[in-house]
Design a protein around this ligand. Structure first.
Ligand SMILES: [Fe+2]
Length: 238
């Protein structure tokens, strides 16, 4: 049995579906981020789909996986609190600028903290840059101290960032990105999450591995999550 089945996020978030209020707010936040920084928003949609699929493979129920999907869509919402010129800067950041960027998880947590489905959202938004060796931020949590949902999003975030093509930087191939994740398993990333992500990627086609399919858009995922949020509670629990 996967140890993820015993993690707190599953039992707590299973008790509350992605509710309509959290989803509507999440959608508004994603749109605000897209208007401010379309690359981050587009990237987040890829992270969301991979994170949902990894969560399902690790044994999460449909509601928990949907909560993780929504959390991954908004995981970088704290970037709205950064100065625009910093976020869009093409050159390497200096030390002070890096310190500012490292504040985005806590800024994001403040933004989503009042939402009804905030438990999983908060865990993801606040902790997606933690590392299992304790060298991440903002809290330097180690291993299983990091919420499982945040460990899932952290690995999917890294994979999607590496493989996303940008005019100003070369992307790496899915195989090279997977090799990099494996090299950093048990240091930066949770080894079980990396194995699950590799399993999921192995079963997808090239469009899936490069996040090019239509279902990778944020709008497509909003519609999918809305169906779940509006479904009767007993039907949503599958
Ligand atoms: Fe981030």
């Amino acid at each position: 049995m996967s140890r993820f089945l015993r993690t707190p996020w599953r039992s707590r978030s299973a008790a509350r579906a992605v509710d309509s209020a959290s989803l509507a707010t999440g959608v508004a936040l994603v749109r605000a981020l897209a208007a401010f920084d379309s690359e981050t928003a587009e990237h987040s949609a890829a992270v969301a789909l991979y994170s949902r699929d990894v969560a399902l493979h690790l044994g999460a129920d449909g509601d928990s996986a949907a909560a993780i999907q929504l959390g991954a869509l908004v995981h970088d919402v704290g970037k709205l609190a950064l100065p625009a010129e910093l976020l869009l800067k093409a050159e390497p950041l200096d030390e002070d600028e890096c310190a500012l960027v490292r504040e985005h998880p806590e800024a994001g947590a403040r933004i989503v903290s009042g939402l009804p489905s905030s438990h999983t959202l908060l865990a993801i938004v606040r902790h997606h840059h933690e590392r299992v060796d304790g060298r991440g931020y903002p809290h330097g949590l180690r291993g299983s101290e990091i919420p499982a949902a945040a460990r899932i999003v952290g690995a999917c975030d890294a994979y999607a960032a590496m493989t996303q093509h940008r005019p100003y930087r070369a992307s790496v191939t899915p195989d090279d990105a997977i090799a990099e994740l494996r090299r950093n398993a048990d240091a930066q990333f949770d080894a079980e999450v990396v194995a699950a992500l590799v399993w999921v990627l192995d079963r997808g086609d090239e469009d899936y591995r490069l996040a090019r399919a239509a279902r990778f858009t944020a709008e497509h995922q909003h519609a999918e999550l809305a169906e779940r949020a509006e479904a009767p509670r007993h039907a949503a629990a599958s």
